[in-house]
Design a protein around this ligand. Sequence first.
Ligand code: NI
Length: 199
Amino acid sequence: MIDRDQIIKIAKEYVFEQLNKDVSGHDYYHIMRVYNMAIKLAKNYTVNLFVISLAALLHDLDDYKITDEASNKVDTFLKKYQVKETAEIVEIINNMSFSSYKLGKSVKSLEGKIVQDADRLDAIGAIGIARCFAYSGTKNRAMYKNDKNDDSSIAHFYQKLLKLPNLMNTTEAKEIAEKRVDFMKQYLKNFFEEWELSE
Ligand code: NI
């Protein structure tokens, strides 16, 4: 039987191998930030850190944004290592995304809420801005086209990113989110000042 620390170490190596080449903002470093942030947020709560760690490390492996629909890497990994919390972890990963949220789904466990907060925090702030533009680039979307309702990067700020502080589950994440969104608002102010030259 492999011990839990060993499974986490193998999960990190597996995620590195799978997402190392990603250029859409869902690379290995995104995963590690979500993982480390989730552990930090979990400090004030009585939670299962093993569930949090694996849910954070594996959360993007089967995401439709970066893989095909039939992808089943999370379940396969957890079953291979006979993780007894497999169902719990899969449930978190299946319900934590913003697209799941828009479908009315929500994460039920505190472990899930913490991982969801950590993932959402990585969508905002300096890195969130960079990830937003990088993702748009991989989808051939514009950075901005004078329209806040289309599919450009800047439109995405208004459609999703600026709303994230209000969607945080934990007070710790909400506090960090507010600071990051303040910075984004300042960024937008400068962006539009410079943008005026294009008109
Ligand atoms: Ni993610």
